[in-house]
Structures are given as structure tokens and as C-alpha cells.
Design a protein around this ligand. Structure first.
Ligand SMILES: [Zn+2]
Length: 116
């Protein structure tokens, strides 16, 4: 019989969440994250956050005011001493008014982009 989950004692503290997956799924997840250039932890946290938001019926983040800047655009802006705009329309990094803290990362509350 599965054990009842134990709730976290502190909202801002990071906790491990262990799930069992078959080997083929783990390998597929590793390959997918490598293609995206992201860590498995970051990808899983983002996917779980989006799924939880969907299950609550919360609306998705508003449409981007500007496209997410590419690496070449970031390098060009850095070399020119300019600040690039993030999808919420604020200069990078865009912490927003109330960034969401999740698993050691901070997300902009307006565009949902990880800022730290
Ligand atoms: Zn933002």
C-alpha cells in the first residue's frame, strides 16, 4: 500500500520529490533535456508547474510583448551595452513584482521566464 505523502514544512525550502519511471522513459527525458540545453530538474519543475496551473484552471501567461531573445541577440546587446527586453516587456532579467520561487529557481510572475 502506498504511503501517504508528507507535506513540506516550509514553503520556501527545496525538497526532493522521488518518482519511479521505466528506463526507456528516463533515457528519453535525458535526450530531450540535452536537446533543449536544460537540466532535467529545471524541465521537470517547469512541466509540473504548468500541469498544476492547468489543473487549477488558471489562465496561461499572457502573450509575449516581445519575442524571447536568442543567444545572438543577447550577445549583440551585451557587446553594445544594451539591455534586452523579455517577453513581459521589461528589461532582462525581469523579476516582476512577485517572482515565483520554485525549487531554487525564480520565475517572472508576468511572463513565466526563469530569471534566477
Ligand atoms: Zn518577465
Amino acid at each position: 500500500m502506498p504511503r501517504k505523502p508528507i507535506k513540506a514544512l516550509r514553503d520556501e525550502q527545496d525538497y526532493n520529490l522521488v518518482v519511479l519511471v521505466p528506463g526507456w522513459f528516463k533515457n528519453e527525458l535525458i535526450d530531450h533535456c540535452e536537446q533543449l540545453g536544460t537540466s532535467i530538474n529545471q524541465w521537470v519543475v517547469t512541466a509540473l508547474r504548468d500541469a498544476l496551473r492547468d489543473s487549477k484552471g488558471l489562465p496561461p501567461p499572457p502573450p509575449a510583448r516581445v519575442p524571447l531573445p536568442g543567444v545572438d541577440e543577447q550577445i549583440r546587446a551585451w557587446a553594445a551595452g544594451e539591455r534586452i527586453l523579455m517577453p513581459c516587456g521589461k528589461p532582462a532579467p525581469c523579476p516582476g513584482e512577485n517572482p515565483t520561487h520554485l525549487a531554487g529557481f525564480d520565475y517572472c510572475d508576468e511572463c513565466g521566464i526563469r530569471v534566477r
